[in-house]
Design a protein around this ligand. Structure first.
Ligand code: NDP
Length: 313
């Protein structure tokens, strides 16, 4: 592994791999570190139906494998490993991998994505791996013919509930508002699914069970005069309430928004530090789609190429 590169890409989702395809075809000889979850969030998805070019759909892991092969075909070096710290105050930049290896880079493309959020209940930790999950595709198999609950009212929650309905006997969708935030097509899928019951205006406040989750404590119309406490028997509790951008190691150098997403100089991928670019969910609180992340990865590679040629690097 080289210890000095022209273009270092951190993260292996659609943004990172698309950046790698463009950067390698532009002769930047990029090196890409895959991070904690090689292939990114799509590897926890089943069918991807909205990525252009796949009329029959494709599974998330297959799509990511294709993107990886395409990046490697043009010479991208792909390594396992997580960036654990960075120093953007020096040139070339310094990126430490797995707390050990320091790599110098003329440009860095950050595509570290986002991570699923939890409600913050102590019981989520208590029952971690014993009935609590933030990934239906990863863990749904364990709940065949059982009862599960999914928390959230967005597209992710509807997608997870629909997926789980193919395995479990019953799926409760716990939604804190009186309506769903998900797109119309996902709402319809959930509403027309006889196995899914939507509990509007319900908040999950705790879990119970002797050996793993046996139920969830809910509060209906929390804070209202007709507030009601309900215990619901379930075997699995799935979180689908959004994501947090993976930007911890960058926050002392890069400008972030109030939630922690990297601020970029739209329509480019430029961060506040010249030579550092960001692409995909880590810099996109709005769209968060595989295809938009891929488009951002393309921009980042083109921006990196222009920067390197302007600087004669
Ligand atoms: P969203 O932010 O869209 O939705 C989060 C949901 O979780 C909302 O219903 C929100 O409620 C609820 N929520 C948040 N915090 C809490 C809490 N503490 N307690 C209870 N409920 C909570 O996130 P998604 O992950 O669903 O989607 C993110 C983006 O990705 C969206 O743009 C979505 O369209 C896209 N997406 C698209 C897919 C597709 O097209 N196939 C699949 C998955 C995601 P409230 O409404 O009250 O804020």
């Amino acid at each position: 592994m080289r210890d000095k590169v022209r273009c270092l890409i951190i993260g292996s989702g659609p943004a990172g791999y698309t950046a790698a395809i463009y950067a390698s075809r532009a002769n930047l000889e990029p090196v890409l570190f895959e991070g904690l979850q090689p292939g990114g969030q799509l590897t926890t998805t089943t069918e991807v139906e909205n990525f252009p070019g796949y009329p029959e759909g494709i599974t998330g892991p297959e799509l990511m494998e294709d993107l990886k092969k395409q990046a490697q075909r043009y010479g991208t070096e792909v390594y396992p490993g997580r960036a654990t710290s960075v120093d953007f105050s020096v040139r070339p930049f310094k990126v430490t991998i797995d707390n050990e290896q320091v790599i110098e880079a003329d440009t860095v493309i950050i595509s570290t994505g986002a991570t699923a959020k939890y409600l913050g209940l102590p019981d989520e930790t208590k029952y971690a791996g014993q009935g609590v999950s933030a990934c239906a595709t990863c863990d749904g198999f364990f709940y065949r013919k059982k009862k599960v609950a999914v928390v959230g009212g967005g597209d992710t929650a509807c997608e997870e509930a629909t997926y789980l309905s193919g395995l479990a006997d019953k799926v409760y969708l716990i939604v804190r508002k009186p309506y769903l935030r998900a797109s119309q097509i996902m709402q319809e899928r959930v509403m027309n699914n006889p196995k899914i019951e939507i509990l509007f205006e319900h908040n999950a406040v705790g879990l119970y069970g002797e050996k793993g989750v046996e139920g969830v404590h809910l509060v209906k119309r929390m804070g209202e005069t007709d507030e009601e406490k309900i215990d619901l028997a379930i075997d699995g509790f799935f979180l689908a309430i959004g994501h947090t951008p993976n930007t911890d190691i960058f926050k002392s150098f890069l400008e972030l928004d109030e939630v922690g997403y990297i601020k970029i100089d739209n329509p480019t991928s430029k961060t506040n530090i010249e030579g550092v670019f960001a692409a995909g969910d880590v810099a996109d609180p709005h769209y968060r789609q595989a295809i938009t992340a891929a488009g951002m990865g393309c921009r980042a590679a083109m921006d990196a190429e222009r920067y390197l040629s302007e600087k004669g690097l």
